[in-house]
Design a protein around this ligand. Structure first.
Ligand SMILES: [Zn+2]
Length: 313
């Protein structure tokens, strides 16, 4: 009986979905598209608390993925890109008050050169007492446009600066602008990061690739309740993987679980469209001019979704 009960519960554990959110600025109304007001942040923290979500450090999720331990549906990881001063001034006090861990992804050049809107290394070091610090590139470049050699240089420079100021090696990397392709991923992965994070608006389960973890952006109005409903659709993307020739997308080809008979696909600017699934294979011929310079393609079945980003090189 007990064994059967465990067996019945096991798939739930294995396929449970954690959520990694990404913020940028806080309480900075000059930049509404990347800002989260402090009232909204507080409302989100209250929502997480009231609904028994566990805000965990990224390292805990990394450990569970590596050791194939249970991923908990109630796990939430909070990340912040770009080390804006508004995080340090407006949001860090709230993270401390709620005792919520976070991972701050540092744009190293901005800290090195003390760009006006950004935290300097001393402030980042102070933040590291309450959260983890990851790397967000040196020059915050559009990495799909860089040759592997230039991207390697940017990453080496970022690592050097990070290690000089924080005296440790970063274990996590988040792509600037969330932009990447298979070559960018290969170059960044060659530096041995434990996790690499994108911004593809999906959840994380035991089948997620630690070097390609989906994050969901949380800016503007309070959408956290809705975004916590997103689950991961395990997807093997076959085409597209890159910006297509001339920006004309000719097919969507991917593999999902064989139990699904129908799915929907989405292309930025084009809405959702139903597509048939045969033996777990999605194959849709089309001829669509993609809006540049970047475009998202999603597959969805119910609440499960999986997306990729295509970037004009
Ligand atoms: Zn950024």
């Amino acid at each position: 009986m007990r064994g059967r009960l465990l067996a019945a519960l096991l798939p739930l554990y294995l396929f449970a979905d954690a959520h990694i959110f990404v913020y940028h600025r806080f309480g900075d109304s000059r930049h509404p598209s990347t800002d989260t007001s402090i009232e909204t942040l507080r409302a989100e923290f209250e929502y997480l608390k009231a609904h028994d979500y566990k805000v965990i450090p990224l390292s805990q999720l990394a450990g569970a993925l590596k050791e194939k331990r249970k991923i908990d549906d109630k796990w939430v990881v909070l990340t912040i890109d770009d080390n804006y001063k508004s995080f340090y001034q407006n949001a860090l006090p709230l993270f401390k008050a709620y005792n919520y861990p976070f991972t701050l992804f540092v744009y190293a050049e901005a800290a090195d050169k003390r760009y006006g809107d950004f935290m300097n290394w001393r402030q980042i070091e102070e933040a590291s007492r309450y959260g983890e610090i990851g790397l967000h590139g040196y020059g915050h470049r559009h990495e799909c446009r860089l040759s592997p050699a230039i991207l390697e240089n940017d990453t080496r420079q970022a690592l050097h600066s990070f290690q000089t100021h924080l005296r440790r090696r970063p274990q996590y990397y988040a792509y600037p602008y969330g932009e990447y392709d298979p070559e960018v991923k290969r170059t960044i992965a060659s530096f041995g990061f434990r996790l690499i994070l994108n911004q593809n608006s999906g959840a994380v389960n035991a089948k997620s690739d630690p070097l390609d973890l989906d994050r969901i952006a949380l800016t503007g109005e309070n959408l956290i309740a809705q975004k916590l409903k997103i689950q991961r659709l395990d997807t093997e993307w076959i085409t597209p993987k890159h910006w297509p020739n001339g920006g004309r997308l000719k097919e969507i080809h991917a593999k999902i679980a064989a139990k699904y008979t129908s799915a929907q696909y989405y292309i930025s600017g084009g809405g959702w469209h139903r597509v048939r699934v045969r033996n777990g294979e999605v194959l849709e011929k089309l001829d669509v001019q993609l809006p540049g310079p970047r475009c998202r393609v999603f597959l969805r079945v119910g609440r499960r979704q999986n997306g990729i980003i295509l970037v004009k090189e």
